[in-house]
Design a protein around this ligand. Structure first.
Ligand SMILES: Cc1cc2nc3c(=O)[nH]c(=O)nc-3n(C[C@H](O)[C@H](O)[C@H](O)COP(=O)(O)OP(=O)(O)OC[C@H]3O[C@@H](n4cnc5c(N)ncnc54)[C@H](O)[C@@H]3O)c2cc1C
Length: 313
C-alpha cells in the first residue's frame, strides 16, 4: 500500500503480518529516495526508526536468524538506487566509489582493476555471483563485521569513508571507523556515501588472501591484506591488515614498522609474518581455534608479502 506521507516512493507492509522463515517481519515502510537531500529529510523525519540499507544481504539474514529484532515500525531507506551513490570515478589520485555500488560492478570496473586491483582480488573471493549482484561495499563496511572481506584491502590502501548527516559531509579514516564487532562510529541520522581510495603507485604492490572452512561462498576464518611500496630495493611503506582475528579488522603496525627500511628478502618476510601473528589475540569459535587463526595469519601474511615482491620484479 503506497504511503506517500513518509517521503518519495514509500511502501508499507503492515496491512498483514509477513514472515521470513518462521519469524515475523518487523513492520516496514520501504523508502527509495532519489537524492541525498531526500535521504536526509527521511532520516530527519523518522529518527531512530530509520534504517539505511542497500543490498540487504546482511540485513535479511540478520532478521531471519533473530540476530536483529525490531519492536517498533522500521523505516527502511534503500540507498542502492540513488544515482549519487552509484559512481566509480577517479578524481586526481583518488578513486571514489559510491556506497550503493554493488560488488559485481566493483569487480568488473576497469578503474578498480587498474587503480586498486587488490580490492577486485578480495571482492572476487566474496560470496556468490547472486549475492555480489546486490551486496554493496558500503553495506560490507557498515555491517562492521570482523570478517568483512573488503576491509583489510581498504585498510592497507589507507582508504577513508565520507559520512553524510544533517550538518553535511565529513571524512573518517577507515582505521578510525570501527569500534567493535558490529559497531562503528556511525550514529543515527548518518549515512556512508562514498569510499575514497588512493590509487596505486608504480612502485607499489598489494595482495589479499582468505581462508574459510570451504573454498567458496564462505565467511573468512582468517583474511590478510598486504601493501608494500619498494624504492631501490628497500621497502619504504608497508601495510598489513588482518580480518577475523580481533573484534574488528586490524592493522598490525609492529610488523609494518619492522618491514619498513629493509629489503624484502626471505628472512625479513618470515620475521614480518611472525611479528604479525604475534601481535594478534584471536578467539576460538565454531569456525576455528585461536591457534589455527594465529598460524594461518602468519602463513597468509608471509604468502602475501612474497606475492607483492614477485609482482614488483
Ligand atoms: C550467502 C552469503 C555469502 C556472503 N559472503 C560474504 C563474504 O564472502 N565476505 C564478506 O565479507 N561478506 C559476505 N557476506 C555478507 C554480505 O553479503 C556483505 O557484508 C555485503 O557486502 C553487505 O552489503 P549489503 O549492501 O547487502 O548490506 P545491507 O544488508 O543492506 O546492510 C548491512 C548493514 O549496513 C548498513 N548500511 C548499508 N549501507 C549503508 C550506508 N550506505 N550507510 C549506512 N549504513 C549502511 C545497514 O543498515 C546494515 O546494518 C555474505 C552474505 C551472504 C548472504
Amino acid at each position: 500500500m503506497p504511503d506517500n506521507s513518509a517521503g518519495n516512493n514509500a511502501m508499507k507492509n503492515s496491512a498483514m503480518k509477513n514472515f521470513i522463515g518462521s519469524r515475523a517481519m518487523p513492520d516496514l515502510v520501504y523508502h527509495s529516495p532519489d537524492t541525498i537531500t531526500d535521504l536526509m529529510v527521511l532520516m530527519d523525519t523518522h529518527g531512530t526508526s530509520a534504517r539505511v540499507v542497500a543490498g540487504c544481504t546482511d540485513f535479511i539474514p540478520s532478521i531471519r536468524t533473530g540476530r536483529w529484532c525490531f519492536d517498533q515500525e522500521l523505516n527502511l531507506i534503500d540507498v542502492s538506487k540513488m544515482d549519487e551513490l552509484h559512481q566509480i570515478e577517479k578524481q586526481g589520485d583518488i578513486l571514489k566509489i559510491g556506497a550503493g555500488v554493488n560488488l559485481t560492478r566493483i569487480l568488473e570496473s576497469p578503474e578498480v582493476q587498474t587503480h586498486c586491483p587488490v580490492l577486485a582480488q578480495a571482492v572476487e573471493q566474496m560470496a556468490s555471483l547472486q549475492v555480489r549482484n546486490t551486496a554493496t561495499m558500503g553495506g560490507n563496511i557498515c555491517m562492521a563485521s570482523p570478517a568483512a572481506d573488503t576491509v583489510p584491502p581498504l585498510l592497507v590502501l589507507d582508504a577513508w569513508v565520507m559520512i553524510h548527516d544533517a550538518k553535511g559531509e565529513h571524512k573518517v579514516l577507515l582505521t578510525d571507523f570501527f569500534t567493535g564487532p558490529g559497531r562503528s562510529v556511525l550514529t543515527s541520522g548518518q549515512v556512508l556515501t562514498h569510499i575514497c581510495i588512493p590509487v596505486k603507485k608504480s612502485n607499489e604492490a598489494a595482495w589479499f588472501q582468505k581462508i574459510g572452512t570451504r573454498t567458496a561462498v564462505i565467511i573468512s576464518v582468517v583474511s590478510a591484506a598486504v601493501r608494500v611500496n619498494v624504492t631501490n630495493g628497500i621497502c619504504d611503506t608497508a601495510r598489513i591488515a588482518l580480518g577475523s582475528v580481533a573484534p574488528t579488522p586490524v592493522r598490525v603496525t609492529t610488523a609494518e614498522a619492522f618491514l619498513e627500511g629493509k629489503p624484502l628478502d626471505d628472512q625479513v618476510i618470515k620475521e614480518g609474518a611472525r611479528l604479525a601473528a604475534h601481535a594478534i589475540s584471536p578467539i576460538s569459535d565454531l569456525r576455528s581455534s585461536k591457534e589455527y587463526r594465529k598460524d594461518m595469519a602468519q602463513t597468509l601474511v608471509k604468502r602475501s608479502i612474497t606475492a607483492c615482491t614477485e609482482a614488483l620484479k
